[in-house]
Design a protein around this ligand. Structure first.
Ligand code: SF4
Length: 399
């Protein structure tokens, strides 16, 4: 098996294309695919298209050509994350608990669990879009589509090696069954298509046709770039607090490539002004965490992305040091263009998200939403110490 090292240093990439082929070939398996917000603007480069080309429709056609049974979108789950995380944050603000860190980047969560476990109470309990999607794909989707959940296998395509580790963790299982069965990185998905003789660039684009988990708002789309989660959350929190939409929904102060960016936003109502920050790249993240633990900051909400540039330049994408900035910029610009072109730009306006709450979850932070879409974190520093001690004991006993 092929193993590549994650550029964020988070973990190794194990090639799982064979597992996906086995699922596709097995007549008893129903394959459910999801792909990340950033994938559609970075994947075309693997097939010679210019950086930032939106190949969403090509990816859908490619998956159907491969034999996928159901093709859905992680962007839908990004909207859902905003509903849960936004309500969670408003609740914490009312209780005077600040700051709250985002939790959708698993490399950041790993980093916090292993190196700064004292920060864990400040990390949002909302699962990442990948895991929220998986939890619903194994519960809500079979109920709506009349499918046998035991035959479903959820396959993610992500620009991220850390998502592989995330999908395997015990807290992301329901009664022992994984929410997400396999994660392919952008590179692996490209290898799979090339091996099957599918040229992405030559395909006719097609659209999603599933009425449950494929529609997304502009807010869900901008999850793929740094500052996007925060901007999406602000759009929905403002609406929840004021009962009307924010007038200027593009939060320019949060856009850009600086490793730490901050903004003060008036959410109105009983919340008032909030101070928000976003940081990406582990150097900036470390400094932010140490400042929070030392009481040197007064932020209310902090978005963290481990990869410099965020998921548009994630560790699973095609990467080039020489072209890093220009390519990442073009991918980011394409994501903002998707946001501008999308008819609805707020997560709470997504009709499929509204339907999910009406027909299944009830409301954000309901008992069922907590069970399926929220998690807890583990202080893993002690686990590492124990492992090192175990290894040392084995070495000393064998000499
Ligand atoms: Fe994965 Fe990097 Fe995005 Fe974090 S920032 S979710 S490690 S691609």
């Amino acid at each position: 098996q092929c193993i590549l090292v994650c550029p964020t240093g988070a973990l190794a990439e194990r090639d799982e294309t064979e597992t996906v082929i086995d699922f596709l070939d097995d007549p008893d398996v129903i394959t459910v695919f999801q792909f990340a917000p950033a994938l559609r603007v970075g994947f075309g480069e693997e097939f010679g298209l210019p950086p930032g080309t939106n190949v969403e429709g090509h990816i859908i056609t490619a998956l159907r050509t491969l034999g996928a049974d159901v093709v859905l979108d992680t962007n839908f789950a990004a909207d859902l994350v905003i509903m849960e995380e936004g309500h969670e944050l408003l609740g914490r603000l009312k209780e005077g608990r600040r700051p709250t860190f985002t939790s959708c980047c698993p490399a950041w969560v790993n980093f916090a669990e292993k190196l700064y476990p004292d920060i864990l109470p400040y990390v949002s309990s909302t699962k990442s879009p990948q895991q929220c999607f998986g939890a619903l794909a194994k519960t809500y989707l079979p109920e709506k589509m009349g499918l046998d959940p035991s035959r479903l296998r959820v396959i993610s395509i992500m620009p991220c090696t850390a998502k592989k580790d995330e999908a395997q963790r015990k807290m992301f299982r329901q009664k022992g069954v994984r929410d997400v069965d396999v994660v392919l990185t952008t590179r692996e998905f490209a290898r799979l298509l090339k091996r099957e003789g599918i040229d992405l660039a030559a395909l006719e684009p097609s659209g999603f046709d599933n009425p449950y988990m494929s529609e997304y708002s502009g807010a869900g789309a901008i999850f793929g770039t740094t500052g996007g989660v925060m901007e999406a959350a602000v759009r929905t929190m403002y609406s929840v607090v004021n009962g009307r939409e924010l007038e200027h929904i593009e939060v320019e102060d949060l856009r850009g490539f600086e490793s730490v960016r901050t903004a003060t936003i008036d959410l109105g109502g009983d919340i008032g002004q909030v101070k928000v920050a976003m940081c990406h790249g582990l150097k900036g993240v470390r400094a932010m965490v140490e400042d929070v633990l030392a009481g040197r900051t007064d932020f209310d909400f902090i978005e963290v992305m481990a990869c410099p540039g965020g998921c548009v330049d994630g560790g699973g994408h095609l990467r080039s040091k020489k072209h890093y900035q220009p390519n990442a910029r073009k991918r980011r610009d394409a994501i903002y263009e998707i946001d501008r072109q999308t008819p609805r730009r707020q997560s709470h306006a997504n009709p499929q998200v509204q339907r999910l709450y009406k027909e299944f979850l009830g409301q954000p932070l309901s008992h069922l939403a907590e069970e399926l879409l929220h998690t807890h974190y583990i202080r893993r520093r002690t686990e590492i110490k124990r492992t090192i001690n175990d290894i040392w004991r084995e070495i000393t006993m064998s000499t």
